[in-house]
Design a protein around this ligand. Structure first.
Ligand code: BGC
Length: 449
């Protein structure tokens, strides 16, 4: 595991500016697009757990609600058209379970038709959708019945999966069952950052067990309905590194955090092998993902149970370390463990820009992460940047801006940022070139901590 001093340093270009790419790096088949989640962009739905959570003062930093978000539920045509204009070949899109199954066992076919229209339109425009079935939010009926602490969530998720996949299988054949079970479970049941704001290690274990069971059931169900489908989870991995590599306590916690937060779940979801803390696995050991989705954002400096950041490192607007090498290191570990192709299902940064610019350093972030991917030997086939239009950032509300397209939340006006155009150029050129880096990222620097 690296220390800050081992991180590759960018080269200095002829003009004296920092440069990461000194010769074209061919995409070699890497497909590039963006990712999003239903609750963060759609707006309008009052039947999900995050809507209810946002209603209580203090739960969302700026007091905003997902009921506004990007108004994408009504503006999807405009967003699809913009994505097509930018020439992105792939997109990760989420479904809102509470719209599709507003009451237990009762399905809203108008909502499914509406998703058919949106996804069909993407396909007609030449954009291949990867669809997420569960991304942090639950229908209120499930939330009020104990959400994923309740074993009943497993069967409910399978039932919903069968209906959603059954309705969309002629349009979609790539699925993410569950997004970031580790982030969902710890925020909801340990850190009080997500509904129901619980603190219970016992419940945390039930949630992870049931989510793993839900994924395994959904994996089988989707393949039954659509044998040729590509099915995965979006697994959130961080690079954990000891704050002081010579300190045995830091090293011990680094190993423990990495195992407890992510590695044990790689086995449970990807191989059906449950660690003792999750109880007995319901399936024989095998392979339960067709590719593996990796959501990678940052590195954590470990000195104890709490998260930390190395001093003096480049950081995003949310204070997360920018550490591109961590993406390929995490991808390499996942690939070595599961032996399936890698898709980066999320990677991105909060960059709120300044008075003159919509973004200050995102193009540099993109260059550095894409260069790391293109230089690595790991078979990474997809890169979904988080996210397309700035979106509602859960407990942080509308403040952090992750999009390559700016959103004015008052008017819902979209404005394309330089990063969005840079991605188009890379896709069109089939390579990340020094010229593209110079045009978009020259002179851009990360904030430091
Ligand atoms: C989540 C996204 C979120 C992003 C940035 C990921 O963990 O899947 O929903 O917006 O991080 O915070």
């Amino acid at each position: 595991m690296g220390h800050p001093d081992d991180a590759p340093r960018p080269a200095v270009g002829e003009d004296g500016g920092m440069r990461t790419v000194d010769a074209p790096l061919a995409l070699r088949g890497l497909l590039i697009g963006t990712a999003s989640a239903a609750t963060q962009i759609e707006g309008g739905d009052r039947n999900n757990s995050w809507y209810e959570w946002a209603e209580s003062p203090g739960n969302v930093a700026d007091g905003s609600s997902p009921v506004r978000a990007d108004g994408h539920w009504l503006r999807w045509r405009e967003d699809n058209a913009l994505m097509a204009e930018l020439g992105y070949p792939i997109a990760r899109i989420g479904l809102e379970w509470s719209r599709i199954e507003p009451r237990p066992g009762e399905f809203d076919h108008a909502a499914l038709d509406r998703y058919r229209e949106e996804l069909g339109d993407l396909v007609d425009r030449g954009i291949r959708p990867l669809v997420t079935l569960h991304h942090f939010s639950n229908p209120l009926w499930l939330q009020h019945a104990g959400q994923w602490t309740n074993l009943g969530a497993v069967g409910a998720f399978e039932r919903y999966t069968r209906v959603a996949v059954g309705a969309l299988r002629d349009i979609v054949d790539e699925w993410v069952t569950i997004n970031e079970p580790n982030v969902y479970a710890t925020q909801a049941h340990l850190f009080r950052e997500a509904p129901p704001g619980n603190v219970s290690v016992r419940d945390l274990r039930f949630v992870l067990r049931h989510m793993a069971m839900g994924h395994l059931r959904a994996y089988e169900a989707i393949h039954e309905l659509q044998p040729e489908a590509t099915v995965t989870i979006a697994h959130h991995l961080r690079e954990f590194a000891p704050r002081n590599p010579r300190n045995p306590v830091h090293r011990l916690f680094t190993r423990f955090d990495s195992w407890a937060f992510q590695d044990m779940l790689t086995d449970a979801f990807g191989r059906g092998v449950f660690p003792w803390v999750l109880g007995r696995s319901p399936v024989p050991a095998g392979r339960y993902v067709d590719v593996i989705g990796l959501n990678y954002y940052s590195r954590t400096a470990v000195s104890g149970p709490a998260d930390g950041v190395f001093p003096g490192v480049p950081v995003t607007d949310l204070g997360w370390e920018v550490y591109p090498q961590g993406l390929v290191d995490c991808a390499a570990r996942l690939h070595a463990h599961l032996g399936v192709p890698m898709w980066i299902t999320e990677n991105g940064t909060a960059d709120n820009g300044d008075d003159e610019r919509l973004e200050r350093f995102r193009p540099r972030f993109l260059v550095d992460h894409l260069a790391a991917i293109l230089r690595s030997k790991v078979p990474i086939e997809r890169y979904y940047h988080w996210c397309f239009v700035d979106n509602w950032e859960w407990s942080e509300g509308e403040v952090p801006r992750f999009g390559v397209v700016h959103n004015d939340y008052e008017t819902q006006r979209r404005t394309v940022k330089p990063s969005a155009r840079m991605l188009s150029e890379i896709i069109r050129a089939g390579a990340l070139t020094p010229e593209i880096e110079d045009r978009y990222a020259a002179g851009l620097e990360y904030p430091t901590r």
